[in-house]
Design a protein around this ligand. Sequence first.
Ligand code: PFF
Length: 456
Amino acid sequence: MLSNQAGDEKRTSLHGHWSSRMAFILAVTGSAVGLGNIWKFPYIAGQNGGGAFVLVYLVCVIVIGMPVMMSEILIGRRGRRNPVATMELLGKEEGSSGNWRWLGGLGVMAGILILSYYSVIAGWTLAYVVKSATGVFVGATAEEVGAEFGGFVGSWKAITLCHTLFMALATFVVARGVERGIEQAVRFMVPALLILMLVLLGYSMSSGYFGQGVAFMFTPDFDKLTWGSVLAALGQAFFTLSIGMGAIMAYGAYLPEETSITGASAAVVTADTSIAILAGLAIFPLVFANGLDPADGPGLVFQTLPLAFGQMAGGMFFSTIFFVLLSFAAWTSAIGLMEPAVAWLVEHYNRSRTQATIIVGGVIWLIGMGSVLSFNVLADTKFLAGTLFDNIDYLTSNIMLPLGGLLITVFAGWVMCRNSTSDELGSSGTLYKAWRMLARFVAPIGILFVLINAVT
Ligand code: PFF
């Protein structure tokens, strides 16, 4: 099975395969739809001035995100191992070098670092389930909701507890083997989340500030656009689609041969982008209606949404369901963030899945304590991009993921021969040519250009 695939039997994955095309799409959608869409997108868009940022983000999703996602899936399916071993195997097989494994290693590291702070925010959503269910936000004013949030994140003990709980949940599911759990969760979660976002949108539309919210999101003011915000848009495209770090590669390894990679990618990208836009449309009118600042940062969603729910009939119920769903969305994403590291430990060091998951979970929890403290004890300790949390976020989203994506497209577009990629993508027609053009030229050059301009 280690020999060249041409004329050989197709490889199979050690960890089994997805039961259907739908199962794969649901799992990747589960990984993609998460805090990135509902928590991060609105606040990053807010911090970067709205319209022009959103436009650049959409362009990045289509011309860079889509080809990177297709490249990752096809590489994963061809190698059928963890990202480190897959890159090493294909590097050799395509006549390049086994050193491509370092690209897999970069992904494993990125996953660990992202989850370290992702888990902290996901912990907040858990706490907000309880706060909502006990009626904390019913009839609350903007000041009260703000004070509640400030008091909560200001207590390192409270958010350590939540971070710990979330990491325990993530570790538990990954240790048990993930497929069934993810399938069931996502099948129910994504449609339910969509429905609740529509309910919120309805409320937002009646706030009287809907036009202002839409204008903020869709009127591009290019004067506000710096190279820094272009990089933030690129980083957000990577983050929200879960690409550039091998998570999708790890999922692709379990993908049956006959599934269309292009179709699956298009479905995931559409679902993910729609939810982010919907979240923005629901949130910005509420920001303006309540005199809040769109550039407020990571607390934005935790203040606007409880406020809106607090004013709505049945708000206590909706708010509870909403934060339950958001916790689920974060949970299914956390699984994708852990999978490359866990699969690598299992295969490389012959660890049992349970052992590997506990080790990875423990390391992530520990690093995450840095982000926990960034919101209270170390809130004033700032360097480079800000607090430790800000720096880990910047390093992963804006540097590691784009760099990973750049190298993935270079590998798929330049190192892999045409036969290998057309074999996986299953055609040589217009779609294939478009992918190849994007993967060889547009994506790598685009990423490099933005990185260089933003960093220098
Ligand atoms: N895409 C997830 C989100 O938008 O919340 C975050 C994420 C999950 C990034 C998995 C990377 C990943 F591998």
